[in-house]
Design a protein around this ligand. Structure first.
Ligand code: CTP
Ligand code: MG
Length: 446
């Protein structure tokens, strides 16, 4: 175990040179921001480096700098936004590339000196419980982690890399995993990388960690980690049940058989046509793919819509009695929802249940509609209910999807893209999809 940890740390721990370079670029940027705010006559504005770069918990080679421009809490929202943006734009003049983003406030993102820099305006408030906007907590996170981590940066680095390797790191809506701050709190709470894994091996959903014993509001999430700087917030709010459980699973595996490759797994190779056909034949199911053009929106807008799409399409199939074994999603230039069905086709007969025979008026109306209906196969009684045996609307899942997908609730941008055109592929038609990233996704998913 010690050997593995040391070998991993050799790869992920920033060198002294990297630390010096990062500090230099951060200082340079903060100095420029200070000069800029002085020039436009702002007083009381402070700048601060936050996030993993400020805490010594960034993974070597991942170069993001989060710099906060902190305005006095008496600043109006309009002033904070306009000064924040104009300072950002000025600095961006010397950047390799830049653009504007919108979170709680608009902010500027840029490539500067080899780093991905976020210049985020926020309010400087006296405590995290009186924040005026969500980002105002971040400087308090910095203070808390610096005061409590006590030299366990290496444990955080190992935990982050282990989570990256096992696919559970990142609190964006695309991943629904663990945030950087959460990994730091877990190390503080349990004491070390291994102790986090040992504890996680016995986790159950509904777990509450309340480091500062705040006592707390009720949260429904699988993991609740009360923010030590703000009792109203669950730091693990973005974590999905499946990512929570994946972490339990990989923690047990690693402690059972420590394996370096879990930190840096090699991607599955793209599946070949022959292999894919062979797998389809062996599984004996029907594989269906719905393909549409990926709308041009940011991940945090796209992925919730993509999840919504899956959660509309699976019930559509089930309502029509197609059994969905599993669903999967992949997105590149095109986006694809995969559905593995027990069978693509169903027989023509559908059992349509009517009212109980003893509910006379309804029962007679139902009987009258189906008893001599030339389209119906027959009318029977089962468990006290009339059952009409009628032809089903869709006997082919592909026809169902072609007709009904565009009418599903899909989210604004996906809906627009699907209405502009989509295709439904089944079985060997899926071999038309050649993208290598997609083929390696299929290799691990199917
Ligand atoms: N959902 C989020 C995302 C970010 N933050 C705050 O913003 C900081 C910077 O965010 P980010 O760069 O995403 O995370 P890091 O902790 O810097 O981790 P990484 O090493 O992955 O960059 C975090 O430390 C945290 O204090 C937060 O409170 N909630
Ligand atoms: Mg960061």
């Amino acid at each position: 175990m010690e050997d593995i940890k040391n070998r991993i740390l050799d790869k992920i721990k920033p060198s002294d040179e990297e630390r010096v370079h990062l500090a230099k670029v951060a200082d340079e940027l903060m100095y420029k921001i200070d000069c800029m705010s002085f020039k436009v006559g702002l007083t009381g504005v402070k700048t601060q480096l936050v996030g993993s770069a400020a805490r010594g918990t960034w993974i070597s080679g991942t170069h993001d700098l989060d710099i906060f421009i902190m305005f006095p809490d008496t600043t109006s929202r309009e002033d904070l936004e306009s000064y924040g943006l104009s300072i950002g734009r000025q600095i961006a003049k010397e950047a390799q590339e830049w653009d504007e983003h919108y979170a709680e406030h608009p902010y500027v993102k840029m490539k500067y000196g080899g780093f991905d820099v976020d210049l985020v305006p926020c309010y400087s408030v006296s405590s995290a419980s009186c924040i005026l906007s969500a980002v105002d907590r971040t400087p308090f996170h910095n203070e808390f982690i610096k005061a409590h981590l006590h030299g366990r940066e290496d444990d955080v680095l190992l935990l982050k890399q282990f989570m990256k390797g096992t696919g559970v790191y990142g609190s964006e809506l695309k991943t629904e995993g663990f945030s950087g701050y959460l990994t730091e709190l877990l190390v503080i709470n349990y004491g070390s990388f291994e102790k986090v894994l040992e504890a996680a091996s016995d986790w159950r959903p509904g777990l509450l960690l309340d480091l500062m014993e705040h006592g707390c509001l009720k949260f429904e999430d699988p993991l609740v980690v009360i923010d030590p700087t703000d009792p109203r917030r669950n730091v693990a709010a973005a974590l999905s049940l499946d990512k929570f459980c994946t972490f339990i699973d990989v923690s047990r595996s690693f402690l059972d058989t420590p394996d370096e490759s879990m930190f840096f797994p090699s991607a599955k190779p793209p599946i070949s046509d022959d292999e894919l056909l062979d797998r389809m034949n062996r599984r004996g199911t029907s594989l269906v793919a719905i393909v549409f053009k990926t709308p041009d929106v940011v991940d945090d807008i796209f992925y919730p819509q993509f999840a919504k799409m899956e959660h509309s399409i699976v019930p559509l199939l089930e309502k029509n009695e197609f059994t969905v074994l599993k669903a999967g999603k992949w997105s590149g230039e095109d986006s694809i929802v995969f559905l593995e069905l027990l069978s693509r086709t169903l027989p023509d007969v559908k059992m349509h249940r009517g009212p109980p025979v003893w509910v006379r008026a309804h029962a007679e109306a139902f009987r009258a509609k189906y008893v001599d209906n030339p389209d119906a196969y027959s009318l029977t009684i089962k468990d006290g209910f009339y059952v009409a045996e009628i032809p089903r609307k869709y006997t082919d899942a592909v026809e169902l999807l072609k007709s009904e997908v565009a009418g599903c609730s899909l989210g604004k941008h996906i809906s627009k893209s699907v209405k502009e055109g989509f295709t439904v592929l089944e079985g060997d038609q899926i071999l038309k999809l050649k993208n290598e990233g997609l083929r390696s996704f299929i290799n691990s998913w199917f």
